[in-house]
Design a protein around this ligand. Structure first.
Ligand code: XBP
Ligand code: MG
Length: 248
């Protein structure tokens, strides 16, 4: 394929962030004296709704919270508090990037292939991860970031990918998306972008039908990824050369 841009999801793809999101939600609930606690099993299911504000609203519906109850109007404020906790965990160094992320991004930049981000998470969370975990050359190279409320409809809607592709001034078929979840995959492929999946611990039971390739991670020289399905078998790590061989 002709490859002009790599577009990365954030949560679950660049790093295993969801456990920190879960903790931040729970910490925020305690501030509101709510006896809610999202355990890992419940959170895995709640991830079916992308976006933190949307996830809180959907939970209120699920527990039968009244449509005119006071908390409904407080969701933006609750979510801002949660974002503060989450960004604080990230900047304190709680995360590591997944294998191969920095290596592949650097390889792309060296080959004049654009790198960009398309995520449902809040821009403050993206900035915290970039500032804390990314080398400055890549932060500077990541010029296009589609995040959070920049679009009307979050994943699985194609909006955020469409926005990023438009800003990159490339065709969707000249890009590859990197995702970890079913909703992310649906978002990218409905924008017309072939998608490689590296499942996260919170998304490893998702249906990845429609992905061009599924691998345990992007791999590193000496630390090979495990091939799961689709194209890309027989490589040690995901490289630009391997991606260009994809038949789309
Ligand atoms: C990630 C999400 C996000 C985070 C929370 O999905 O669904 O909502 O869980 O982020 P994806 P905010 O990786 O598919 O983009 O609370 O900032 O919304
Ligand atoms: Mg994700």
């Amino acid at each position: 394929m002709t490859l002009k841009a790599l577009i990365f999801d954030v949560d679950g793809t660049l790093a295993a962030t969801e456990e920190l999101h879960r903790r931040a939600f729970n910490q925020m609930f305690a501030d509101y004296d709510l006896d809610w606690h999202w355990d890992q099993t419940l959170y895995r299911r709640l991830l079916g709704v992308t976006g933190g504000k949307e996830r809180i609203a959907s939970y209120l519906n699920e527990i039968g919270y009244p449509a005119d109850g006071g908390l409904r109007g407080q969701i933006p404020e609750m979510h801002a508090k949660k974002t503060g906790y989450y960004a604080g965990y990230v900047t304190s160094g709680a995360l590591e990037l997944r294998p191969g992320v920095v290596r592949l991004m650097r390889e792309a930049v060296a080959e004049n292939i654009a790198i960009a981000i398309a995520t449902t998470t809040s821009i403050a969370n993206v900035r915290a991860l970039l500032d804390t975990n990314f080398p400055t050359d890549l932060v500077e190279a990541l010029k296009i970031i589609g995040a959070g409320d920049m679009v009307e409809n979050k994943k699985p809607a194609p909006d955020v990918y469409k926005l990023v592709v438009e800003k990159l001034t490339v065709e969707p078929g000249e890009c590859l998306a990197f995702e970890d979840s079913r909703n992310g995959l649906l978002s990218a492929i409905s924008a017309g972008i072939p998608t490689l999946i590296t499942p996260d611990t919170y998304t490893d039971d998702h249906d990845f039908t429609g992905a061009i390739s599924v691998a345990s991670d992007l791999g590193e020289p000496g630390a090979p990824y495990s091939y799961i399905s689709g194209q890309g078998e027989g490589h040690e790590f995901v490289s630009i050369a391997m991606l260009k061989e994809f038949q789309v």
